[in-house]
Each structure stands twice: as C-alpha cells, then as structure tokens.
Design a binder for this molecule. Structure first.
Ligand code: SAM
Length: 289
C-alpha cells in the first residue's frame, strides 16, 4: 500500500499473514524502479530512504540491499558448513539470486535454483545486481522456472544441501511449501548425510512456529538459528536446519572454524562464532520453538 505522509510517498508492508493487525511498517520511497503483476504476485522494486533498494512481493518485504547479506549468509553457510563436502545443492525459491550467490562461494559442482516466478528472476537480475552478483551466469547454476512442489517430487536422495528461500505462506502456492507433507518430500531428495535449511519467519510469528514444529517432527536432528535482519521489522528472523544423519547441534566450533577457513568464505555477517551464538534462544522459547 502506498500513502503520502509528511510530504513523502511511503510504501507500507501489509499485515503479516495470520498475525494480529496491530502495526504497520512503512518505508519512504525515493523511486519505484519496477512494478508488475506477474502470473503469481505483485512484484515491486523500490529505492527507499535508509534501507536502500527493496524487493516486495504482494506487499511483503523480501529483502533490502542494505541488510540482505545477513539473511542470505545465515540461510546458507550454517547448512553448507554442517555438511562434510556439499557438491549438489537445491535452492527452492530464492529468485533474487542472493542464496545462489552464497552457495556458489563453496566448492559445489551443481546448484539448482527452482523459482516459480520468472518475473522475480528477471527483475532481480536487472534491478538488484548487487544481490546476485552474476551468480545466474555461473556455469554451476541451473535455473529452473517451476513450482518447487513439482520439481522436488522428481528426485530421490540426490542433494547434499537443500535451501528453502520461499516467500511466507501468503497464498495457495507458497502455503503448500510450509506443510509437513512437503517437508517429507524434501527429506526424500536429501542424502542421508545431507542438511536442509529453511527461512521460517520471525521468532514470534505463528506460521514460523508451526513450520518449525513440523520440521522438528520430520528430521531426527534439528536446530533453529536466529539473526536480526534490519529490513524485517518484526524482530529476529529464524532459520531452521534439519538432517537425517548429521547431529547438527553436536558439531563443534573448532570443526566449523576449520571448514570456514578451508572454504575461504568472504562474509560480512556470518562467522564461526556467529554460527555458535545463533542457536542460543531466549529462555521463553527454549522449550517451545
Ligand atoms: N527472503 C524472502 C523472505 O524472507 O520471504 C524470500 C525471498 S525469495 C524472493 C521468495 C521466492 O519464493 C519468490 O521469488 C517466489 O516466487 C518463490 N516461490 C514462492 N512459492 C514458490 C513455489 N511454490 N515454488 C518455487 N518458488 C516459489
């Protein structure tokens, strides 16, 4: 929703799906670079004051170029470094290219990115070049425009890492991706010693709590990580990791440090110390994540 206030144009994020309608976040618009209703959603890319360039889908904030590194590094590196030698990776969603950029920093051989909306991919390539940083042109990247639900049913125990970079469940297409039966499908395409990572909303958000609960039931090994992403104004963002065989909580800081150094990762937020600290949860959530 756009409004003129205090002599400026503002873009307001809509109420979060399923949450109490008690507060709104607004961003002062400098310039709208792209606004198109695609086959699936309203796609907007806007230059803002203070948050730099932002991507909105159906009026929900997806990223700001100022803060996206925190989100993408936390979504990708804890999973990749919890895996012994990840070579084949699947990203579901992630049409802006940020998760792809981070995955390609590792010595992978094949990365599938499956996003349902070609307009998000094309607009991001053009207007958010700092996010993908040419990752779409990397010969290891295989970009597929398809419904993740369909794609995932075609493989079995193939991927070392699976990254869910999907929009919050706001419509029929994205809602299905956070259901238990979909997590079970993801588990099928993950290798026994593979690691799964998903964005699972804010710490306190209802959809996130449900998704984390279902993931915990699906994977024998499970951890939740958190980070504050400046453009996500409702609080800390969660990232949920699962595995069939890798005891994620038992990997030592020394092991993560060794793998981080071996991979020569250039990061702006993530570090082995952040890896360790990000699983520490506030007391009231320790029993009920
Ligand atoms: N950082 C974001 C967040 O916190 O919500 C996620 C960003 S990424 C742009 C989300 C992507 O998921 C979108 O490009 C959207 O098209 C894609 N998506 C939604 N449902 C999908 C589905 N069923 N299959 C594949 N991609 C899907």
């Amino acid at each position: 929703m756009r409004k003129k206030l205090f002599g400026k144009e503002w873009i307001f994020e809509k109420f979060l799906p399923g949450e109490p309608q008690t507060g709104l976040e607004g961003f002062a618009v400098k310039k709208t670079l792209y606004a198109k209703r695609s086959q699936y959603q309203m796609v907007e890319i806007v230059d803002t004051e203070g948050f730099d360039r932002m991507l909105f889908l159906d009026n929900l904030v997806q990223l700001s170029t100022k803060h996206e590194a925190v989100y993408h590094e936390m979504l990708v590196h804890p999973a990749m470094l919890s895996c012994l030698a990840p070579k084949k990776v699947l990203i579901l969603g992630g049409g802006d290219g940020g998760a792809l950029r981070e995955v390609l920093k590792h010595s992978v051989t094949e990365v599938f990115l499956v996003d349902i909306d070609k307009d998000v991919i094309e607009a991001s390539k053009k207007y958010l070049p700092s996010v993908s940083q040419h990752a779409f042109n990397d010969p290891r990247a295989r970009v597929i425009v398809a419904d993740g639900l369909k794609f995932i049913s075609q493989h079995k125990e193939y991927f070392d890492c699976i990254i869910f970079d999907l929009s919050d469940p706001d419509n029929e297409v994205s809602s299905r991706m956070f259901e238990r039966r979909f997590f079970e499908k993801a588990k099928r395409v993950l290798k026994q010693d593979g690691v799964f990572s998903a964005q699972t909303g804010y710490l306190t958000e209802d959809f996130g709590k449900k998704a984390r609960m279902e993931l915990q039931k699906s994977f024998p090994f499970f951890v939740v990580r958190r980070a504050y992403v400046g453009s996500f104004r409702e609080g800390e963002q969660t990232f949920s990791l699962g595995s069939k065989k890798v005891n994620l909580a038992a990997i030592s800081l020394a092991t993560i440090r060794k793998r981080f150094e071996r991979a020569k990762l250039a990061t702006t937020y993530y570090s082995p110390e952040i890896h360790a600290a990000s699983t520490v949860l506030p007391r009231y959530l320790m029993e009920n994540i």
